[in-house]
Design a protein around this ligand. Structure first.
Ligand SMILES: N[C@@H](CCC(=O)N[C@@H](CS)C(=O)NCC(=O)O)C(=O)O
Length: 238
């Protein structure tokens, strides 16, 4: 059994989809990142960076429990454990890893900053909005070119690179990129969104998701971006 510590954000949803795709048994432990559940001592023991998603596989390697945070590492682990969505053949394996790294280092952080400055920051800072919106559009173009060459990011088959990227492409217009302007991304998105496991994964914690679509309150901003977030870091570094 895998304990999944999560919240229905793009990074959480990657793992919801992967668990549904692989059929590995799991139980859900919601971590409300707007109310500060990510700072609970029991969660920090699993996820030192106070972020979801995190898992504990009670039947980890050698029969010993394994705790993991960072969605890319979790996807790799679940791919190895299930033998699915990470090709063995070296060329497609490394192409999968390349696009997974592209998601983890580019799409996730840049799209996250775009959301922050466009939707979360009270101070509407023009330079930051332009900088991250431009990055969102540039990364969409890179994906569109790639998906004009192949049906999926790593080639002919759906892999963890697609699973990592898909949840970040939902509601692109909020970050300044409309799917209609990227026809190859749109074709890929529409093929993935109807997969039954993707539908189930995206529906997980659907009720809780509604609160994430609301503008954060001052108390929630304090948790996510203010003293609650940063006091903890000071404590760790002293
Ligand atoms: N690189 C991390 C990013 C995880 C992440 O940013 N998680 C956010 C939600 S999408 C979170 O838990 N934020 C809570 C916080 O920063 O306190 C991953 O891919 O797992």
């Amino acid at each position: 059994m895998i304990d999944l510590h999560t919240w229905p954000t793009p990074n959480g949803r990657k793992i919801h989809i992967m668990l549904e795709e692989t059929g590995l048994p799991y139980s859900v432990h919601p971590v409300n990142t707007r109310s500060g559940d990510q700072f609970a001592p029991a969660f920090l023991k699993i996820s030192a960076n106070n972020k979801i998603p995190a898992i504990v596989d009670r039947d980890g390697p050698g029969g010993k429990p394994l705790a993991l945070f960072e969605s890319g590492a979790i996807l790799l682990y679940l791919a190895e454990k299930s033998g699915r969505f990470l090709p063995r053949e070296p060329h497609t394996r490394f192409t999968t890893l390349q696009w997974l790294m592209f998601q983890m280092s580019g799409v996730g952080p840049m799209f996250g900053q775009a959301s922050h400055f466009r939707a979360y920051s009270k101070d509407q800072h023009g330079y930051s909005i332009e900088r991250y919106t431009n990055e969102v559009m540039r990364l969409h173009r890179v994906l569109d070119i790639r998906l004009g060459e192949a049906p999926y990011l790593a080639g002919d088959d759906y892999t963890i690179a697609d699973i990592a990227t898909f949840p970040w492409m939902v509601n692109g217009a909020k970050r300044g990129a409309r799917l209609a302007d990227y026809p190859n991304v749109k074709r890929w998105y529409e093929a993935i969104e109807i997969r039954p496991a993707v539908v189930r994964g995206m529906a997980l914690l659907a009720e809780e998701r509604k609160s994430l679509d609301q503008t954060p309150t001052d108390a929630e901003r304090e948790v996510m971006f203010g003293t609650i977030q940063h006091q903890r870091n000071q404590k760790v570094s002293s």
